[in-house]
Design a protein around this ligand. Sequence first.
Ligand SMILES: Cc1cc2nc3c(=O)[nH]c(=O)nc-3n(C[C@H](O)[C@H](O)[C@H](O)COP(=O)(O)O)c2cc1C
Length: 193
Amino acid sequence: MIEPNHLPTSSQPPSAIERVRPLVRTRQYREFTEDPPDQAALDAITEAARWSGSSNNGQPWRFIEIRDRTSLRRLAEAGLPQTRPLLTATAAIAIVLPVDHDRAISHAFDDGRAAERMLVAASMLDLGAGISWVRADVREAVGEILGLPADRFVRTIVAVGHPTEAARRPKSAPGQARLPREQVVFEERWRKE
Ligand SMILES: Cc1cc2nc3c(=O)[nH]c(=O)nc-3n(C[C@H](O)[C@H](O)[C@H](O)COP(=O)(O)O)c2cc1C
């Protein structure tokens, strides 16, 4: 009998690397089909984001779920080329932060934690997501599209949707997507090249 491929083929418990596979296989997608994600999926992604840790548990973020195609395309056009994922995205989540120069670094760190969680959550829901960074020179335009007050800004917009076949293809030759492990992970002490 042929086993369905999502079932374990042996009674061995999954290895540590298999257990972290949802993290390892989370990638950046930049092109999506016309089929939008369910509202429940989008809400699950913002729920995962809302539960991210932040410096001092300050939770500086607010999340805007965007499904309106006109807004998505306006955001894309405002920030190209970084916002390319929003050209075809059927949904997106903007991470809104306070304008606060004293906490800029810790807020940027918190921003990244929430963004990565959203990418992982999308991947776990068989969706794809992509980070679009909003350059400083287009922050005002993006703020206007999203109706932000003057004391808030967006650096990161996470595009969400069903990636196209082309977007799912590997972007690099086999073995080239990341630096070799031995160049990146050291034991006990810094190792000179
Ligand atoms: C801080 C940060 C900013 C990024 N900004 C953008 C961006 O503005 N536009 C974009 O298309 N991808 C952006 N990316 C995605 C990276 O290009 C992507 O993670 C990298 O190429 C690896 O892709 P992969 O995970 O699919 O292998 C950003 C990633 C990070 C971590």
